[in-house]
Design a binder for this molecule. Structure first.
Ligand SMILES: Cc1ncc(COP(=O)(O)O)c(C=O)c1O
Length: 500
């Protein structure tokens, strides 16, 4: 009925056990046997040697072989028959699961048909290459080397070890109550935001918040103002909602409200980053804020206020959020922990007007925008125990120092090549390039020289008015700042030479 016992040598020939690989022998044996069965090198019906024999041949503990056989039997690759040993199953598990090998890229001929929305979204290219944390001058990253990992790990472990039923269930679609309360209290004290904890909706980063708000408030084709130049993430969220994007210029007072009202008086939503405009760094003046709020009330439009890095202000008086002076309930405030904790935490929040609490709360159950609740609970503790404000305070001092270092290095090395002016807020500076410079080309050359910058021109929806490089300094260690500026100077000199 069953085939002959496999010679141990036949199996041994198919298995590659590497004792220095750092992968447990049991895992290696399991993967090796499974591969051999899936690829037909061990044919169905074949009888495997006794575990004792195989263990001796492979020089592993018998228990290891027994555990692997048991797992493969459980998964349907092997069949164990009393008195008849263990044989390779005749019905392949992958047939049962209808699993097929993934098609190679070359084998797929026609490109997949994306929706118009999908095509628009997929065409937004981030100009910086990925996986560059810690290198000069990645934009938008906090100092990961200065994060209090030990404290965070302790709080996270405590919540993970003793979770309540609600933390493990579906109860907190709009966010963990401890965190919502902590955010409401923090925003009231630090940002002049006026809200109750129910108005705080915790989402998987500011990006999820922008996406949720745009999807819930806009119909396809609705006009929305977007700052020009502006944040690519906001462009993505608006495109995902199939909105009609209306670029509205930014000047030193922030978004030009009169221009927006003339270009798209029927707009349903305005995206703006008034505390520290991305990418120009402009802070919206109070008259502009009042003008925007008055227009939004008249037009019954929503204002999406992105307050992504307002914690980092080094001089002048802190300017409170627009949400706090909105008497008409038109502002949706967006915040994030990506700049104060770390970006991969993926926790951000919206503060919605009372009228939107119910619809946003219900929608959260259907959109998949939630952040993991165990992490939210630990973050609530981190804030409530005072670690958050202490960390932000330390980072403010650190980043101010790093900015000064960048400005000093730029003065020393970039004279005649780029202008870098100090700023009293934020985590990046803009290096203005001389007219006629191609900042995308410079970015590529800089990347080849190990320096990560972001071209200003990619932030324009229309024709770029100026070119420049965004230099993130907050997450760049001091030594890297000096090295990065010197390398950038060499790149700019070479590219100036090739233009001349
Ligand atoms: C203007 C702006 N808004 C929001 C964010 C934060 O996004 P998230 O919370 O999704 O990481 C960033 C990050 O780069 C940003 O530059």
């Amino acid at each position: 009925m069953f085939g002959p016992v496999t010679q141990s040598s036949a199996i041994l020939g198919t298995l590659e056990i590497d004792r220095r690989a750092g992968v447990p022998l049991q895992t290696q044996l399991y993967r090796g046997l499974r591969e051999a069965i899936l690829q037909g090198r061990l044919a169905s019906g074949l009888r495997l040697p006794a575990t004792r024999v195989l263990a001796r041949e492979l020089d592993v503990a018998r228990n290891t072989v027994v555990a692997v056989f048991e797992q493969l039997v459980d998964e349907g690759y092997l069949v164990a028959r009393i008195g008849a040993g263990t044989v390779v199953a005749s019905i392949r598990p992958e047939t049962l699961l209808h699993a097929r090998p993934a098609p190679s890229r070359a084998a797929t001929t026609a490109p997949p048909r994306l929706s118009r929305r999908g095509l628009a979204l997929a065409s937004i290219r981030r100009a910086s290459p990925g996986a560059t944390s810690g290198r000069a001058f990645q934009v938008g990253l906090p100092a990961l080397d200065a994060f209090p990992t030990e404290t965070w790990a302790r709080l996270l472990a405590r919540r993970a070890r003793t979770p309540t039923r609600s933390v493990l269930g579906y109860d907190y679609a709009s966010g963990h109550p401890g965190l919502r309360g902590a955010i409401a209290a923090y925003l009231g004290a630090a940002r002049g935001v006026s809200c109750r904890p129910e108005q705080v909706i915790v989402v998987a980063g500011a990006q999820a918040g922008l996406d949720l708000a745009c999807r819930l408030l806009l119909d396809p084709g609705d006009a929305a103002w977007i700052e020009e130049p502006g944040y690519l993430g906001a462009r993505g969220a608006l495109l995902a909602a199939s909105a009609r994007l209306v670029p509205v210029p930014v000047d030193p007072d922030g978004i030009d409200v009169a221009c927006g009202a003339a270009r798209a008086p029927d707009a349903r939503l305005v995206y703006t980053s008034p505390s520290h405009q991305l990418p120009t760094g402009a802070t919206m003046s109070l008259p502009r804020r009042m003008a925007l709020l008055a227009w939004a009330e008249r037009a019954q439009a929503w204002v999406l206020e992105d307050d992504y890095d307002s914690e980092y202000r080094y001089g002048g008086r802190p300017i409170a959020a627009m949400q706090g002076i909105d008497g008409a309930g038109r502002v949706i405030y967006v915040g994030t922990f990506s700049k104060t904790m770390f970006a991969a935490l993926r926790v951000g929040y919206l503060v919605v007007p009372p009228a939107l609490v119910e619809p946003f709360g219900v929608a959260m159950r259907h959109t998949g925008h939630s952040a993991p609740v165990v992490i939210q609970a630990a973050l609530g503790d981190f804030i409530a125990d005072g670690h958050y404000t202490a960390h932000v305070r330390r980072m403010r001092v650190l980043y101010e120092g790093r900015q000064a270092r960048l400005v000093r290095a730029a003065r020393r090395h970039l004279g005649g090549l780029a202008k870098v002016a100090p700023a009293d807020a934020g985590m990046h500076l803009v290096a203005a390039l001389p007219g006629g410079s191609d900042d995308v080309d410079v970015t590529a050359r800089a990347a080849a020289a190990g320096v990560v910058v972001r071209p200003l021109s990619t932030h324009y929806l229309g024709r770029p008015e100026r070119t420049g490089l965004l230099l993130g300094y907050a997450g760049t260690p001091e030594r890297e700042i000096d090295r990065g500026v010197e390398a950038l100077a060499a790149v700019l000199r070479a590219s100036k030479g090739s233009r001349a």
